[in-house]
Design a protein around this ligand. Structure first.
Ligand code: ZN
Length: 321
């Protein structure tokens, strides 16, 4: 029995990161089987996850409420180096796995990596996905000073030191996830168009489609990449592996009510029932258990800034010469 549960957990972990090694048919079968093991409501909702997936009851869980007055400034949290983030994805696919909408690069897409950003290793991009609410007052997983946001996007990366996802999920530095919070805006955000235009094609759970319009990962990031919050946490879905270095950007990305509504039109299957809207796919915030959230500097100006009096002296000196 225990072995069965463990195996199920492992399959669940592998499913979102299954860009390598599994054929699509097998993956489709797993999607259908796993979906009903856990959900966001009722008897299979987040309160019950720890019974089925022990790690979900751990002390390093995500998401969390980030309280600005309690974060620590860490000067060693430097700017990220993004590699190929400005190179359009040409072979990406989008899928509805019953828990989220996920976009993954295809085999023709060269690797995208992140480096620095206060981390010791290089991490390779695996997929991005979204969490959203049934209305715009909720939806994000992370909260800032107790406030939630209508949509949160996660860029999931694997530590390049680990060859497989199974290995990475057993390591405390196995994954790096970049979290982007979206704020309601009157205007549509054109950067989201390539994804949003395809939502209708993946309305049904288990459906997949190719993304026709190339887009860059960079276009989905906020304008200001510093400061960012940093803490050690977990996957926010079962099996809640405590393997994630979390980065939550402080700056927001805009999204319109109309665009959010298109996410809310996506469906999930309910056993024996008509398909329901896939909404409120966010886990409630978890206890910090003594963890401290850090924040980076505002910008990556490595040189110390000169005071105005120093500048005046230097200017006078230059004029004198
Ligand atoms: Zn997520």
């Amino acid at each position: 029995m225990l072995r069965t549960v463990l195996l199920c957990s492992l399959l669940l972990v592998l499913q979102p990161y299954a860009s390598f090694g599994f054929d699509f048919l097998e993956r489709g079968r797993r999607d259908a089987k796993d979906h009903h093991n856990w959900n966001y409501e009722d008897k299979t909702g987040p309160d019950h996850w720890p019974k089925m997936f022990k790690k979900c009851g751990g002390a390093r869980q995500s998401p969390i409420n980030i309280i600005n007055s309690e974060v620590d400034l860490n000067d060693e949290l430097d700017a990220f180096e993004f590699d190929n983030y400005d190179d359009p994805l040409v072979d990406a696919r989008i899928e509805n796995n019953g828990h989220t909408i996920q976009v993954s690069p295809g085999s023709k897409d060269p690797p995208r990596t992140i480096d620095e950003g206060g981390m010791d290793d290089q991490y390779q991009f695996l997929q991005l996905h979204f969490h959203w609410g049934s209305d715009s007052k909720k939806g994000s997983e992370h909260l800032i000073d107790g406030s939630s946001f209508p949509l949160e996007m996660h860029f999931v990366h694997i530590n390049k030191n680990y060859k497989t996802k199974e290995k990475a999920l057993q390591k405390e530095d196995g994954l790096a996830v970049l979290a982007v919070l979206f704020k309601l805006d009157d205007e549509d955000n054109p950067a989201l168009t390539p994804i949003i235009d395809k939502l209708d094609d993946v309305r049904q759970e288990g459906s997949k489609a190719d993304l026709d319009d190339a887009f860059t990962l960079e276009s989905l990031l906020p304008d200001d990449l510093m400061p960012y919050y940093r803490y050690k946490g977990s996957l926010t879905t079962p099996p809640c592996s405590e393997a994630v270095t979390w980065t939550v950007f402080k700056d927001f990305v805009p999204i319109s009510e109309k665009q959010l509504q298109l996410f809310r039109n996506v469906k999930e299957e309910d056993e024996g029932e008509p398909a329901e809207s896939l909404v409120d796919n966010f886990r409630p915030v978890q206890e910090l258990h003594g963890r401290v959230v850090e924040i980076s500097r505002d910008s990556d100006n490595a040189a110390p800034s000169l005071s105005s009096s120093t500048l005046m002296v230097l200017t006078a000196f230059a004029l004198f010469l």
